[in-house]
Structures are given as structure tokens and as C-alpha cells.
Design a protein around this ligand. Structure first.
Ligand code: CTP
Ligand code: CA
Length: 225
């Protein structure tokens, strides 16, 4: 193998990666959304394909170039993301939830544009919970031995919150990063710790999102055996 070319250690494997951020519509012109660019998920999809995997990328509202050799399923809302991930996960060896999924959506969708009324304050916005996709696929496991990875951005007590979240979600690995000024959203770089359900802790130094992606696949490949 040439220098810098990875062993195709994911050959014959099907992996599913979710990327981007969901948008929850309020009316035909407005939505509740988040700042996720999808870059980390795309880096995961690219690197898995380079390591020989068949890759399904479930992309929520991303504006990035399509990675070569990857099947892309485009979605908008959390409910659509759930459908697409569950479908693709049915025969997957690994699922990585890098997408930022909105925790809540508007309880009601207004079929027409919401208008101001003269001299009136706006109605409060009523929200309902979205399904927790990561917790669901971790609890149900479409296949024995399927490896499931979550992502979490935390601002405080990063490791302690990460451990609690890993246990709550029931996934095998949780990539935890600290959100700060220059970090994470839209940036090319990332710094993280990957926590394992087996108690392992793998620090990933500040660097390109591709490097974090390679570490995630190293840990997944180890668990697939
Ligand atoms: N996630 C998911 N479905 C949701 C929310 C989150 O699958 N409805 C996944 C994300 O894709 C991510 C992981 O869960 O991989 C952690 O997301 P995070 O927002 O940190 O977790 P929450 O349980 O929503 O906790 P918090 O209250 O801190 O937002
Ligand atoms: Ca959340």
C-alpha cells in the first residue's frame, strides 16, 4: 500500500452516518434549526469509504460537496432523519450519529405563513419532544454486534456529562467535544475524547475532522473484530 493509504479494514461492511442538523418547520417559510454544518459527518463518510466500507450518508440540510462513492439520503426534520436511519441501519454493521438532531419541534405546523396582528404580542411557541434516534437504535440493535456511536457537544463538565450521556443512550462509543469560541460549528478542526461503554477513553488532539473520523473508525473496526 502507498504511504497514507489505509488498509481497507472496513471492506464488506455497511456503515451508516448521519450528518448536518435537522430543521423543524413552523410554517412554510420558517424553521427551528441549529448551526451544524455537517463537516464532521461528511469526513466520517469519506474516510469510511476510503477504508472500503459501503456507506449510507443521511444528510440533514447540508450544503457540502457529495463525497464520491457514498449513497446519500437527504432529509429535513428529525422525524425524517429517524425514518432514514432506521431503514439504513437494518443491515448496517455500524451507525454513527454525527447529526445534530433537534430535541423539540413545534407542536403545530401552520400551513400558511404566520402573520403579525396589529398591537398584539405573539403567541408563545409550543414545542413537543422529538424521538431520540440514538437511544432507540441502541436499545433495539437491528443486528447482533452492530456498533453504535453518538456525538455530544458539551460546554461544562465535559467528561462527567459524557459518561452520563453514554450510559443514558446505551451506545458503544460517544465522541465528546467541548464547545467553545473557535471550536466545532462550521470549523475545519475538532478536539475530542471518545468514551467507550467498556470504560475506555481515547483523546483526540485538536486537528482536522478527518483525523477524528479515522480514530472513530479505528475504534469501530476494533469492536467489529
Ligand atoms: N440524538 C438523537 N436524537 C435526538 C437527539 C440526539 O439521535 N432526538 C443523538 C445525536 O445525534 C448525538 C447524540 O444523540 O449523536 C447526543 O446528542 P445530544 O444533543 O448531546 O444529546 P441529548 O440527549 O439531546 O442531550 P442534551 O439535553 O444535552 O441536548
Ligand atoms: Ca440535544
Amino acid at each position: 500500500l502507498a504511504r497514507g493509504v489505509r488498509e481497507p479494514d472496513l471492506a464488506g461492511r455497511h456503515v451508516v452516518v448521519s450528518a448536518g442538523g435537522t430543521r423543524e418547520p413552523l410554517d412554510p417559510v420558517r424553521f427551528l434549526g441549529n448551526r451544524s454544518s455537517g463537516k464532521q459527518g461528511y469526513a466520517l463518510a469519506r474516510t469510511a469509504a476510503a477504508r472500503g466500507a459501503r456507506v449510507t450518508l443521511v444528510a440533514a440540510n447540508t450544503h457540502l460537496a457529495d463525497p464520491a462513492g457514498v449513497d446519500i439520503v437527504r432529509v429535513g426534520t428529525a422525524v425524517q432523519l429517524r425514518e432514514a436511519v432506521l431503514k439504513a441501519a437494518a443491515d448496517a454493521d455500524a451507525v454513527v450519529m454525527a447529526a445534530a438532531v433537534a430535541d423539540f419541534r413545534p407542536a403545530e405546523y401552520a400551513a400558511g405563513k404566520i402573520k403579525k396582528k396589529d398591537g398584539q404580542e405573539p403567541e408563545p411557541l409550543v414545542l413537543v419532544r422529538n424521538p431520540d434516534i440514538l437511544a432507540e437504535i441502541s436499545a433495539e440493535r437491528a443486528r447482533a454486534g452492530q456498533v453504535i456511536v453518538g456525538f455530544a457537544a458539551e460546554t461544562d463538565d465535559v467528561l462527567a456529562n459524557g459518561r452520563t450521556k453514554l450510559a443514558r443512550k446505551g451506545c458503544d462509543l460517544l465522541v465528546v467535544n467541548e464547545v467553545g469560541e473557535r471550536r466545532t460549528f462550521g470549523s475545519e478542526e475538532n478536539e475530542a475524547v471518545v468514551l467507550g461503554a467498556d470504560g475506555s477513553e481515547t483523546p483526540v488532539p485538536y486537528g482536522p475532522k478527518e483525523a477524528l473520523a479515522e480514530t472513530v473508525w479505528d475504534l469501530v473496526a476494533e469492536r467489529l473484530g
